[in-house]
Design a protein around this ligand. Structure first.
Ligand SMILES: [Zn+2]
Length: 283
């Protein structure tokens, strides 16, 4: 039997059983988790999560608060810009904006971002890093989807100006949610989530591409509907081609439960389902 190696650190991987069935492959050194759809099927959702307007507005505002700096960056590059709504925030704050997106969801891009941004409708690996650079390069829930996360981080580092900052948000494979909800964990509903970083694997990944001052934190405010989505999947499993948040009552429960979720996350940070990587390119 062949032994798979961790895609981040090269350590040996072993099957990690999920509550309710299925397994992920977990690294014995950094805890990094890799998912394939045979041993951990998405159960219910057929497509990548396309978003929901109200939730997206919340998330945009909250994530912008996480990413912005003082003074604000003069130039930003977004890996996976989607509709360009985050780039629009930076544009309105006075930054020059650029980004890459293979547009798998075929989204309509903000007209102002389309007009004034340097947009590359392709994977970030195709961007000529000799011609584009930015003070801030970021990716919001991107690393869990890409084919080669180390390559993506390397391109991010290459795109940075010396002294510039990289920031990434990605689901936390070392959060309580995966243990509590097992295969019903909402982050597993998306079949294009093919890996889950741990704080340790994310730190190692950033360091391995030459980034410094690497910090990994757990933002309290990201993915606030994860618990309600996971609980619903756990208690009422059934086919949901549009995802559990596509059901209005679940979505409303997700929003109204936010204060409880926040209180729980304040008391127990391991409940927070997201990792936030911040790192710098040496000056
Ligand atoms: Zn590893």
């Amino acid at each position: 039997m062949s032994v798979a190696r961790c895609e981040i650190c090269g350590g040996m991987t072993t099957p990690v059983p999920l509550r309710g069935g299925g397994t992920l492959a977990g690294c014995s050194i950094c805890g990094h988790l890799v998912r394939d759809l045979v041993t951990a099927p998405a159960d219910h959702r057929d497509h990548a999560y396309g978003g929901e307007p109200t939730l997206d507005r919340w998330r945009l505002a909250l994530t912008y608060r996480l990413l912005r700096s003082d003074p604000p960056p003069r130039s930003v590059f977004e890996i996976g810009y989607g509709t360009g709504s985050m780039l629009r925030r930076f544009l309105d704050a006075g930054a020059t904006v650029a980004g890459a997106d293979p547009d798998q969801l075929e989204l309509a891009v903000d007209p102002e971002v389309r007009r004034r941004g340097d947009l590359h409708p392709a994977g970030v690996e195709q961007v000529d890093t000799g011609r584009v650079s930015a003070e801030l390069v970021y990716g919001i829930h991107v690393l869990e989807h890409v084919t080669d996360p180390l390559r993506t981080l390397q391109v991010a580092a290459d795109l940075l100006e010396p002294g510039g900052t990289a920031q990434f948000l990605t689901p936390a494979g070392d959060s309580d949610g995966l243990r509590l909800y097992g295969q019903a964990w909402w982050m597993l509903e998306d079949p294009t989530h093919v890996r889950f970083f741990t704080a340790e694997s994310l730190r190692r990944a950033a360091t391995s591409v030459g980034l410094v001052d690497v910090r990994v934190t757990r933002p309290a405010l990201d993915s606030l509907t994860t618990d309600v989505g996971s609980l619903t999947r756990m208690l009422r499993p059934r086919p949901r081609p549009h995802g559990v948040l596509g059901e209005r009552p679940v979505l409303l429960a997700g929003m109204t439960s936010a204060p409880i979720v926040l209180a729980a996350r304040a008391a127990r940070p391991a409940l927070r389902p997201t990792l936030h990587l911040t790192a710098r390119k040496p000056a």
